[in-house]
Design a protein. Structure first.
Length: 147
């Protein structure tokens, strides 16, 4: 597969991940399970001062969730934009792809520890697309490789 296609597949995987993440976490307060609802009340009740503001744990949870969504969408966009630079600026494309792919592996480890297998698998698949595109770019840059 060509590096451009691999990066675009990775971008689409992360875009899907971002959409599912945003949809899933934005509904956490509506869980009908009574045990979870009790915890939700505890997280969204008591406010406390921290770093010049007053918040509750639920607001911090929301904030972290939205930050994750922004990061996922940014990664998807960066992968897509980088895919367009593979032919014209392979050196920069390799650097950006390496950084994003390594970050996705770290993201997947975090998901494996704190979340669930589906999130891990989609992130690792996107990282694998990045690493595979790096291998293809390197292959094309070797003497006698396809340009």
């Amino acid at each position: 597969m060509k590096p451009k296609l691999l990066l675009r597949i990775g971008a689409i995987l992360i875009l899907i991940h971002g959409i599912l993440h945003t949809t899933g976490f934005s509904q956490w307060k509506q869980d009908p399970d009574p045990a979870k609802h009790e915890l939700i009340k505890l997280m969204t009740g008591q406010r406390y001062p921290f770093m010049g503001t007053t918040r509750n744990m639920g607001e911090y949870y929301d904030g972290f969730g939205y930050c994750s969504s922004v990061a996922l969408f940014m990664i998807a966009i960066l992968l897509w934009l980088t895919s367009g630079e593979v032919a014209t600026n392979p050196s920069l494309a390799k650097k950006v792809t390496l950084v994003i792919s390594l970050a996705l592996v770290a993201w997947a480890v975090d998901e494996a520890i704190y979340f669930f297998p589906f999130a891990v698998s989609i992130t690792l698949l996107a990282a694998a697309c990045g690493f595979a595109s790096l291998a293809q770019i390197a292959k094309q840059q070797r003497p006698g490789g396809i340009s």
